[in-house]
Design a binder for this molecule. Structure first.
Ligand SMILES: Cc1cc2nc3c(=O)[nH]c(=O)nc-3n(C[C@H](O)[C@H](O)[C@H](O)COP(=O)(O)O)c2cc1C
Length: 358
């Protein structure tokens, strides 16, 4: 058995976390991960309040093991989401992007374990000072919104800077990666792309096949989807986005904002507010007219994500992906995946021990 500060903190068997993925990590994938001994997480940013309440109840019905809910602290209804997490007795809450001290305090007071996300050391230090219990540090190899520092440099830096368990993310695949990051000072791994490519993930098979076909050079970081760096599979649609003029981008963003608003139940003010907050949290706000335009753009992501992950429209949708997709060519179940990772990690530790001499 490999025990770490993370397995102790969360009360899980293995130091393996399923990262939150909008429209992908709902009850089915989260519960399958938790039942396999890792920590499954519901991605709530793309859910309405009612959907989140249902998802919590369904996940609790599917697993008796600890699971988590990932939320955005800048969502206009974040406090209500926190209430649902507490009322549903969810053991763990994790924040996408920056947390807020009062939300951390409310969760901790109710006995919920809190996890922050960080793409840079200063984010981790700030959250640790606010009393967060653990941090997921994600390197630039990762899928979705990413920072600029690669995992191999970010993890040792963050692990040295904070005194809470660090969960390493961005580019993880197998037991060798788990052992490598334990050596860097982390207490476990979180994986998105690898869990998307399991038989327990609800993504249509046609979409999974596109991910499986990608090579190591098959992803690109674009800011054209929502104004902040986003690692996605390189497709004709993404190339078109990158070439599109600013005016065309804004028209499409306004159309998408309308579609997402309809789905999420958010008012226009709230939808635009989320766009602003997304940019503020990544330190990328513009000025004057440019600012107004860019806040619309943030609504693109959920709409483009839904098109691919739910509707299966690989031609129209956005497919966030880590570079690790280039090394994945199978669709194991969560039990098979986590079992293989842990067996390989143990074998790896045994092998490393043979390097020592008297
Ligand atoms: C399809 C997909 C959707 C994602 N959606 C979200 C999301 O809704 N919220 C979020 O905070 N991160 C999201 N992410 C990022 C993951 O939580 C995680 O940081 C990333 O997948 C880790 O890198 P890896 O893919 O190399 O394992 C998404 C990633 C993928 C691949």
């Amino acid at each position: 058995m490999i025990r770490t500060r993370l397995t102790e903190l969360l009360g899980i068997r293995y130091p393996v976390v399923q990262a939150a993925m909008g429209y992908v990590s709902g009850p089915r994938l989260a519960a399958a991960t938790s039942n396999a001994g890792g920590l499954g997480q519901i991605a709530s940013a793309t859910m309405s309040l009612a959907e989140l309440e249902d998802a919590i109840a369904e996940t609790a019905g599917r697993t008796a093991a600890p699971f988590g809910v990932n939320l955005r602290a800048d969502a206009p209804d974040a406090a209500q989401r926190v209430k649902l997490i507490i009322a549903g007795r969810v053991p763990v809450a994790s924040f996408a992007q920056a947390p807020r001290p009062e939300l951390i305090a409310a969760l901790k007071e109710a006995g919920v374990i809190t996890i922050a996300s960080a793409g840079a050391r200063r984010h981790a230090e700030k959250a640790a000072a606010w009393g967060i219990d653990a941090v997921i540090a994600t390197g630039s190899e990762g899928g979705g919104h990413v920072g600029a520092v690669p995992t191999s440099l970010l993890i040792p830096q963050v692990a040295a800077a904070v005194d809470i368990p660090v969960i390493a993310a961005g580019g993880f695949l197998d037991g060798r990666g788990l052992v490598a990051t334990l050596a860097w000072g982390a207490a476990g791994i979180a994986m998105g792309t690898r869990f998307l490519l399991t038989s327990d993930s609800p993504v249509p098979d046609t979409v999974k096949r596109v991910y499986l076909a990608a090579g190591l050079d098959g992803t690109v970081v674009t800011t054209r989807a929502d104004g902040v760096p986003h690692r996605v599979l390189r497709t004709t649609m993404v190339d078109r986005l990158d070439q599109e003029g600013r005016a065309g981008g804004l028209v499409r963003a306004a159309r998408n904002a309308a579609a997402f608003r309809g789905r999420s139940g958010l008012s226009w003010r709230e939808a635009i507010g989320q766009g602003w907050a997304l940019r503020r949290s990544t330190g990328r706000q513009g000025t004057g007219r440019r600012q107004g335009g860019l806040s619309w753009v943030a609504a693109n992501t959920p709409v483009l994500l839904h098109a691919a992950m739910v509707d299966g429209r690989t031609d129209l949708g956005l497919m966030p992906s880590g570079q690790v997709a280039g090394l994945i060519d199978d669709l194991p179940s969560c039990v098979e995946l986590i079992g293989a990772i842990m067996r390989e990690a143990e074998a790896c530790l045994d092998r490393l021990a043979t390097f020592r001499s008297e």
